[in-house]
Design a protein around this ligand. Structure first.
Ligand SMILES: O=C(O)CCC(=O)C(=O)O
Ligand SMILES: [Fe+2]
Length: 481
């Protein structure tokens, strides 16, 4: 998803299933009930895992009926024919009861809500940069908005789009995002302190303070080996470590994650070879000028009006028709990319399932909800060396994804903002950095952080891969636990 998205230090109110504070009895009961039935990685990958089945039937106290009555009273407010059609189709499919939420959502009523209409520049592109995200939002919902650049100039992981000729409509508790050209209604309801963020000027001042100390602390490490060996107590420890990392920082380093170190090294090496090609070769794999396709695999460069300095090759799902533009050189680049994509998808499934437990959701809930993998995106990135003119590779931002994954070469430069200080996410060979994106931040009711991060350039080129596990389609994104 757009390169990256995170939320800056929103006030965090620990809840029963997330807080470091004493957990409720129900939280502990649920944990005890779920742990013995955690699926193995092989089970997780099997089609159909998730809904119903063994785990759910053994944990009757965890039916989705326990979830809050999410959006029960909400109404979808169509803003354009495409959205109306999408919503109506969904309502037809679901017999008016919605889908994926145990029939709790009533989506049958299609009527315009009393929404503020903001004129907005065209074309619209939802960006995750703070200044953009604040555009057109009515004071409670800062995190999504539309704006402003031709799609060819988009940040590699930005992929929420808004129709060019539609005004942005927002209401106090509802955001509308466009995902890959399909409008997705995003309901943001009762997020704790969502509208009480520090004023943006305060945040900016704090972040740009010249005497800001650099924190040398390392990212929390989560060892995923137990999920491959079936070690129950190891799985419980890793789940707890992940939950704590998501709650406090929104970033962690995954080790023993199942993506072969050799594959990551090969992909990085081949991408370095690709980026070292002459520009005239690289642009051949760029989408055609002025293409309106929201997501087309291929080469691109940082938007010229930004201080950012990077180039990228975007890969969509290997079987997806959006992979129209693919580098043929260097040999093996495509294969390495596709292998990485597949392995990262497996890792995404695993981590999503662990996060499902971390959030105290019914087994398989997130997998059922987020069951369309067609718009996950992988981006090979090369950051230019720093110069006297600047050292920002990728400006501070938060990921709009559900979950993001990064592996990198040994150069370094990725930094995570915590309490006003930038924490370097140092390269550690073989590890993968995982961070929570905006979607999970909302689903967790702000209990998980979608941290602000950036890439600072170094004197040499830096290479990395980002994989953005997204939510596709007209999914409602709203607080769950
Ligand atoms: O290249 C990196 O290390 C991070 C990239 C990133 O944050 C993004 O693409 O969203
Ligand atoms: Fe990012």
């Amino acid at each position: 998803m757009a390169t990256v998205a995170a939320e800056a230090n929103l006030a965090h109110a620990p809840g029963p299933s997330h807080g470091g504070a004493p957990r409720s009895r129900s939280w502990r009961r649920r944990r005890r009930a779920r742990s013995p039935t955690r699926p193995t990685v092989a089970e997780l990958r099997a089609p159909g895992h998730g809904s119903g089945g063994r785990r759910r039937s053994r944990n009757r106290s965890w039916q989705s009926s326990e979830l809050p009555a999410m959006a029960a009273e909400s109404k979808v407010s169509p803003v354009c024919p495409a959205m109306t059609a999408a919503v109506e189709a969904d309502v037809r499919r679901s017999g008016g009861g919605g889908r994926g939420w145990g029939g709790r959502r009533r989506r049958g009523e299609l009527q315009p809500a009393n929404m503020a209409v903001q004129p907005s520049p065209t074309p619209y592109l939802v960006k995750r940069r703070r200044r953009v995200l604040e555009y057109g939002i009515d004071g409670r919902c800062r995190r999504a908005a539309a704006l402003s650049q031709p799609t060819n100039d988009m940040n590699p992981s930005s992929f929420f789009f808004w129709p060019r000729d539609q005004p942005l409509r927002v209401s106090p508790n509802r955001l509308l995002l466009c995902d890959g050209g399909i409008i997705a209604p995003v309901l943001v309801r009762s997020i704790i302190d969502f509208g009480n963020e520090h004023s943006s000027s305060t945040v900016r001042k704090k972040r740009r303070s010249p005497d800001m100390a650099t924190n040398s602390g390392l990212l929390p490490v989560v060892d995923l080996a137990p999920f491959f060996t079936g070690d129950e107590s190891g799985m419980a420890r890793a789940t707890e470590a992940m939950r704590e990392a998501c709650r406090t920082l929104g970033f962690f380093r995954a080790v023993n994650h199942g993506v072969p170190t050799e594959l990551m090294a090969r992909a990085l090496e081949l991408s370095a070879k690709f980026f070292a090609l002459p520009d005239e070769e690289k642009v051949k794999v760029r989408p055609v000028e002025r293409s309106q396709a929201p997501l087309v695999a291929g080469y691109g460069l940082h938007p010229p009006h930004l201080v950012d300095r990077y180039e990228y090759v975007r890969t969509c799902h290997p079987r997806h028709e959006l992979n129209l533009y693919y580098p043929t050189e260097p040999a093996g680049f495509r294969e390495a990319n596709e292998e990485c994509y597949a392995k990262l998808t497996e890792l995404g499934l695993l981590i999503q399932d662990i996060l499902n437990d971390c959030m105290g959701l019914p087994p398989g809930f997130l997998k059922n909800y987020n069951n369309d993998r067609s718009l996950d995106v992988m981006v090979a990135l090369r950051y230019l060396p720093s110069t006297d003119e600047g050292e920002i590779g990728l400006s501070e931002h938060e990921d709009g994804s559900c979950i993001s994954f990064v592996f990198q070469d040994g150069v370094g430069g990725l930094e995570v903002l915590k309490d006003g200080q930038w924490i370097p996410a140092e390269p550690v060979p073989g590890s993968i950095i995982v961070n929570i994106g905006d979607v999970l931040r909302v689903l967790s009711n702000n209990k998980f952080k979608s941290a602000t991060h950036r890439v600072v350039r170094k004197p040499v080129h830096r290479h990395s891969f980002g994989f953005f596990w997204s939510v596709q389609g007209d999914k409602w994104v709203e607080p769950l636990p």
